[in-house]
Design a binder for this molecule. Structure first.
Ligand SMILES: [Zn+2]
Length: 253
């Protein structure tokens, strides 16, 4: 249960999170002289902006954010789950979306849910490599970076872990993750204050900006709960249509 301060931050965030405000945020960073960096050339000592998205809910929402960034001249990295109950990256609809995202110049990374496996670093490394291989087969491109899904709750040791994971970069490595270089909307509000108020902006140093597409693209929703309700309504309608398409007798019931 959230306390009053959290509820107020969630409300304020949800009221302001919209496609237009995300676009405005990017424009503000451009105006401040920020350079659009990737996980492969990010330098925390420079005015580098590293855009990351964890696709926790929907690839359709991710595509909308990819479009906004493309229009604004930005490239980012979208981290995709292989073990989600909400979307299937191997489906034909997902493949088409991922292809569009890559064609815009964005990068795809693996969003890795360690809670699916036994809590053992050797096992997790092997599992992540396997997931990367599968995702590479699906998207037809190399996966060069990973990001843990909810490491704080299932494997806090990953936060700031100074080593490669699955033989690849990971988004919580020290060069990308510390109070000095990281800001996220993961709690449904800015966990370290608004990005433009972040000390990195005042110091003109690098920033990893993590946003979750489902919080930004659903216009007309007032809270993070309503955003998830809206997603569930759309997903349920989609699944209903798929059931009717696959089982003719169901459609005729
Ligand atoms: Zn996640």
């Amino acid at each position: 249960m959230e306390n009053d301060a959290e509820i107020s931050m969630i409300k304020k965030f949800a009221e302001n999170a919209a496609p237009e405000s995300y676009k405005n945020l990017l424009n503000c960073f451009s105006g401040l002289g920020y350079r659009n960096a990737t996980f492969h050339d990010f330098c925390a000592a420079q005015t580098d902006l590293l855009l990351r998205h964890d696709v926790d809910v929907s690839l359709e929402f991710a595509l909308q954010i990819a479009d906004i960034e493309c229009d604004s001249g930005y490239k980012s990295t979208f981290f995709i789950l292989m073990s989600s109950e909400f979307y299937n990256p191997a489906s034909s609809a997902a493949r088409a979306i991922i292809k569009k995202v890559i064609a815009m110049g964005h990068e795809i990374g693996l969003h890795f849910d360690a809670s699916v496996y036994k809590k053992d670093l050797t096992i997790l490394n092997a599992a992540a490599k396997q997931e990367c291989n599968t995702l590479e087969d699906i998207i037809g491109a190399a996966i060069k970076v990973t990001a843990f899904h909810r490491p704080g709750t299932c494997y806090p040791e990953f936060l700031g872990m100074d080593m490669l994971f699955a033989d690849r970069l990971h988004a919580y490595a020290p060069q990308f993750f510390s109070e000095k270089v990281y800001v996220s909307d993961g709690a449904g509000y800015w966990s370290h204050g608004h990005p433009l108020d972040h000390p990195a902006v005042e110091n003109k140093t690098g920033l990893q900006l993590l946003t979750h597409p489902y919080l930004w693209v659903q216009v007309g929703t007032q809270s993070r709960t309503q955003k998830l309700d809206s997603f569930l309504g759309n997903r349920s309608a989609f699944l209903s249509r798929e059931v009717s398409r696959n089982f003719k007798f169901y459609g005729a019931k």
